[in-house]
Design a protein around this ligand. Structure first.
Ligand code: KG4
Ligand code: ZN
Length: 335
């Protein structure tokens, strides 16, 4: 079946057409990024995001249909991200999808953003099926999730404060790197010494599978401010490499505990930070060591995009999930 999907939870307006069934195919996936606008402010400004979504959503949706070579008459269902995210941003996508669905009498399917990130892997790996363990790392989330089947999720570990992507972005910002600094931190870390600084772990030491990035982030920022006050030039590459090493150490520790408790044979990486080359390498080593099969999304599907929402919408649809005309959006929602 052909699904038109819409994603507007943060700073990307995206629409896609996917064909789902035995095979999972992306027919089009249009992403209009607002990053340049928000970079002026050092982070996403919610009000500006909502307005930019309103301006772009119609054009982006019709471009997705055009590129896929289909019209609304060929669409069997409309999937839309309705949770979690910036509430004003989500409402733009939800109301647009609702209008299309009601006016054309097409079934509407609400999709959880994080479920969508995980589903990006279904599009890239035809053989991938639940159950598996997933690590979802984005600008808003850091979670270890037991994916029992396509629509049954159990979050077994989460961050108590900042998300991994947020920590990358905030440390980058203090080093003068424009928002979002995650990708530049990735590049710098490859050039530095991961042992130059000994930063604290983000893995909570309480026997849980939870993370806390705020202590690590504050520690790095304090070191930076200290060196700045003393007029010492700080090596950005070494800071990025040492920060990344601390993050990877935390991931390894929590994943090890998670696999002990939930001994799945497949490990799936998802979310914007899954583009990080050090994280991809770290997970490959981890999976090999623990005899697990690792699935990572291609770089084109790591960040926010509507194709991943369409893929998850299919599984929600065949499990009977429908959005009514009263469908709402939610800023916060468990997976
Ligand atoms: O999933 P995503 O596009 O949006 C959210 O749902 O939050 O994730 C965006 C986050 C940003 O924090 C960005 O800096 C981070 O992903 N990111 C990276 C890399 N590429 C994107 N973080 C580290 N290394 C990267 N290569
Ligand atoms: Zn995301």
């Amino acid at each position: 079946m052909k699904i038109l999907s819409i994603e507007s939870s943060c700073d990307e307006t995206s629409a896609a057409v996917v064909e789902m069934g035995e095979e999972r195919k992306i027919l089009s996936n249009i992403v209009a990024s607002q990053i340049e606008t928000h970079a002026l402010y050092g982070g996403v400004v919610p009000e500006i995001a909502s307005r930019a979504h309103s301006e772009a959503i119609s054009r982006v949706t019709y471009e997705a249909l055009d590129r896929a070579g289909v019209t609304l008459d060929c669409i069997d269902a409309i999937g839309v991200t309705n949770r979690p995210g910036l509430i004003g941003a989500l409402l733009v996508g939800v109301n647009f999808a609702k209008s299309l669905a009601i006016s054309r009498n097409i079934p509407l399917v609400p999709v959880h953003h994080i479920r969508g990130h995980i589903a990006a892997n279904y599009l890239a790996h035809q053989g991938l099926e639940p159950p598996f363990l997933a690590l979802v790392v984005s600008g808003g989330h850091t979670s270890i999730i037991e994916v029992r089947d396509y629509v049954t999720f159990n979050t077994v570990g989460r961050t108590k404060d900042d998300a991994m992507g947020e920590a990358f972005d905030k440390v980058a910002r203090v080093m003068g790197i424009p928002y979002p600094g995650g990708a530049e931190m990735d590049r710098l870390a490859a050039l530095g010494d991961p042992k130059a600084f000994n930063f604290p772990s983000a893995a909570l030491n309480d026997g849980s599978l939870d993370f806390s990035f705020s202590g690590l982030k504050t520690n790095v920022i304090n070191v930076l401010h200290n060196m700045e006050q003393k007029g010492m030039p700080y090596p950005k590459e070494d800071i990025a490499a040492s920060f990344t090493a601390a993050v990877m150490g935390s991931v390894e520790k929590k994943l090890k505990a998670a696999v002990n408790e939930y001994p799945y044979k497949r490990l799936v990486l998802a979310g914007g930070v899954s583009a990080n080359s050090h994280l991809r390498a770290c997970l490959k080593t981890f999976a090999d060591k623990h005899g697990m099969e690792l699935f990572v999304p291609p770089l084109s599907l790591c960040g926010d995009n509507a194709a991943m929402i369409g893929a998850q919408a299919y599984y929600e649809y065949i499990n009977g999930v429908r959005g009514e005309s009263s469908l709402n959006a939610f800023a916060v929602s468990d997976t």
